[in-house]
Design a binder for this molecule. Structure first.
Ligand SMILES: *Cc1c(COP(=O)(O)O)cnc(C)c1O
Length: 381
């Protein structure tokens, strides 16, 4: 129940655009309504006139955008009478699934890769009481197994192949238009399974429209669900830009990648589940795919944390790393309004953050002179 103006989550907020009825029991943790932060110091240092924003999805209840999709996927699973959910995960999906299952009072099974899962994400799945199944294989192997097992056991898949996931995730685009009064010119995202870039495009197609043009013609995703804007004429849509980690970039190779590798474990995916959809998003929006090296990704993560006070996980920084490069080269021209999605919180992966911070610690005696020396030696000049 909504009391006064108390925000109670994205399903309630965008109820008329989501597949729920007035009787549906909502499984929510207050997800969504994340901040859209305008960057100041990074664009200034770059010397480029761009309006650059980050949508900090790390501030969702379990620390990633996966909560947007999970609130609806679990709501619909419960509505359909399911008593158990399952997912394959590089970490954040399992954290979200575990939390929303706990909230709903149903069972949760998560299939995670052997190693290469950030510590915070594993901690979340465990503390929320999920059954954690660690396989001797990567995410893609886990995904294939989950699809098979869901045919043989009474479990609902809550990976992004579950259509309710993308329906929930599209609300991020609604929030951006609500905040800016229009769509940005460019929307940059990290791409793993490509569910999120697809979901954003669904949201932009539904919520805005092109002046003088009818949205219906271009929107191939809604399957009639966005009937309320079809025929309406309104504003614009962004070019969608998807960045991948170089060692894990099937959209750049133009083919699946069998042994994906990257420090950005959340996008260490070689067989994207939304392959066809993401190509359509690129075509329809006039955007592009590109790749970033692990060095570029970590540098962007550190830059954002050090210059703007925003701490995202490595995979999330891929959007900023790519955007900064494309702003520098002019591929994203001056005068543009750009939104980068920061998909997850930096606290998810403390190991990587500590490893790449030089000068992290000054170990000194517990004496005034020693502490004073450490301060004076490290004063900015
Ligand atoms: C899931 C995830 C991604 C990738 O999103 P896709 O929808 O799989 O493309 C990127 N970053 C983080 C932090 C994630 O958890």
């Amino acid at each position: 129940m909504n009391i006064g103006n108390h925000y109670i989550g994205l399903i309630e907020k965008y109820r008329d655009r989501l597949p729920v009825s007035k009787d549906t029991r909502l499984i929510s943790l207050g997800e969504g309504a994340t901040p859209l932060i305008r960057l100041q110091n990074i664009p200034r240092a770059l010397g480029k006139q761009v309006e650059l924003y980050v949508k900090f999805e790390g501030l969702n209840p379990t620390g990633s955008f996966k909560d947007r999709g999970m609130t609806l996927a679990v709501t619909k699973a419960v509505e359909a009478g399911s008593g158990a959910i399952i997912c394959a995960s590089t970490g954040n999906t399992s954290a979200a699934a575990a939390a929303y299952a706990a909230r709903a009072g149903i069972a949760c099974f998560v299939v995670i890769p052997d190693g290469k899962i950030a510590l915070g994400k594993l901690a979340q799945a465990m503390i929320h009481g999920a059954v954690v199944i660690q396989i001797q294989g990567n995410f893609d192997a886990g995904m294939a197994l989950v699809k098979q097992v869901a045919n043989e056991a009474p479990v609902t898949i809550v990976n992004s192949i579950n259509p309710f996931r993308l329906q929930g995730q599209k609300t991020a685009a609604f929030e951006i238009i609500d905040a800016l009064g229009a769509a940005p010119d460019f929307h940059c995202l990290p791409v793993g399974n490509a569910g999120n870039i697809t979901a954003h495009w669904i949201g932009y197609c539904e919520y805005s429209s092109v002046s003088g043009k009818n949205v219906t013609a271009a929107c191939t995703f809604c399957h009639g669900q966005c009937a309320f804007v079809h025929g309406a004429v309104a504003i614009s849509r962004p070019k969608m830009v998807g960045y991948q980690a170089a060692g894990s970039a099937p959209f750049l190779r133009g083919a699946m990648v069998d042994n994906p590798e990257t420090v950005a474990t959340a996008i260490r995916i070689g067989h994207p589940q939304s392959w066809d959809q993401a190509w359509k998003v690129k075509e329809e929006s006039g955007g592009w795919f590109d790749e970033c090296t692990d060095e570029e990704i970590l540098a962007a993560q550190k830059l954002l944390a050090g210059k703007e006070g925003v701490f995202c996980e490595p995979a999330s920084a891929t959007s900023l790393a790519g955007a900064l490069r494309d702003i520098k080269t002019g591929k994203i021209p001056e005068g543009s309004r750009v939104v980068c999605t920061l998909t997850g919180h930096g606290l998810k992966d403390p190991d990587t953050a500590i490893k790449q911070s030089k000068d992290p610690l000054h170990k000194v005696k517990a004496e005034l002179a020693a502490v004073k020396k450490a301060i004076l030696e490290n004063m900015p000049r």
